[in-house]
Design a protein around this ligand. Structure first.
Ligand code: ING
Length: 308
């Protein structure tokens, strides 16, 4: 007995600041069609897949800033993608900057089923970087200036299983996977924009690819779930960004991985029943977890050191 979902990671190369949404959507359509041609029923696009990664700049002009956000999804620019996906009978996740009607700004990802049903709109919980410009940096990472944190991690029934979205920095935090694991998640889809250079500690730069796999493979194994990580990679507006999109099994093994730093589709047959190999044995939460030993995880924000 298998419960197969054919999943495609649709990696993107750089999006230039000058690129119009129409040209970007044309790239997304080409990736969608290739994924469909290769049998995928679900395509995962990167984080902020419609524009260049604009938090790398200080943008004080409100009109210029709003240009990077979507106030409706689908909107005129993105409707062709929704229409083509429906025609092809393929579902997808799309990362974008959301400006809500009441003025809230989120780093968001919408998940659409094969019949066009909108399953969910996830809003990034872990917002990294800084709020104020820091001129010691070679480029800014102002996500905390431009986005509010989302309210929750939620898993949903879709694609024949239990699925969820996360975004970029979320993948580095074990809480992301465990909160979803406690909802029985079987597939976590994570778009990312990850500069190779980490200004606060450049000593981490050469480990960007290692850390990328480390956190997603750990999250997959420790929660018995498939994990799909999808990059917008390559050198974008002068900033080298990690590619290495990959599809990871509940075992933690990489079953597909991108070879380029550009637009590239990788595909894997994800048997969701493989999750139970781990959920009913090593990580049988109901049998082995002891939450009354774990209070610090939700009671504390930062570390509280033992008394001297
Ligand atoms: N980008 C990066 C990420 O978490 C970062 C920020 C890079 C944090 C490297 C730590 C180290 O992959 C986003 N958009 O979250």
């Amino acid at each position: 007995m298998t419960r197969d979902v054919v999943v495609a990671a649709a990696q993107m190369g750089p999006i230039a600041k000058a690129d119009e949404r129409g040209a970007v959507v044309d790239r997304l359509l080409a990736l969608l069609r290739e994924a469909a041609a290769r049998g995928a029923g679900l395509v995962v696009f990167p984080e902020l897949a419609l524009t260049t990664f604009f938090p790398r700049w200080v943008i004080d002009d409100p009109e210029e800033l709003d240009h990077y956000y979507e106030s409706e999804m689908p909107g005129p620019d993105t409707k062709p993608l929704f229409d083509e996906a429906l025609r092809l009978g393929i579902g997808f996740q799309l990362g974008y900057a959301e400006l809500t009607s009441d003025g809230h700004r989120y780093n968001a990802a919408i998940l659409v089923e094969r019949d066009g049903r909108i399953v969910s709109t996830y809003r990034k919980v872990h917002v990294p970087g800084h709020e104020e410009p820091e001129d010691w940096r070679p480029f800014q990472h102002l996500e905390r200036r431009y986005f509010e944190p989302g309210p929750e991690f939620a898993a949903h029934r879709a694609f024949g299983g239990i699925v969820a979205s996360a975004l970029c920095n979320d993948r580095r935090w074990p809480e992301t996977y465990r909160v979803l694991g406690l909802q029985g998640v079987e597939l976590v889809m994570i778009g990312y924009n990850t500069p190779i250079h980490y200004a606060p500690d450049p000593g981490q730069d050469h480990l960007a690819g290692f850390h990328n796999n480390l956190v997603m493979a750990s999250g997959a194994y420790q929660n018995g779930t498939w994990v799909v990580g999808v990059a917008k990679g390559g050198e974008e507006e002068g900033v080298p960004s990690l590619a290495e999109s990959q599809i990871i099994a509940p075992s933690g093994e990489v079953v597909a991985r991108a070879l380029t730093e550009g637009d590239e589709v990788i595909v894997a047959v994800c048997d969701l029943d493989r999750c139970n190999d781990y959920k009913t044995t090593v990580f049988d939460f109901a049998r082995y977890r002891l939450p009354d030993r774990y209070h610090r995880i939700t009671d504390q924000i930062g570390a509280e050191l033992p008394p001297p």
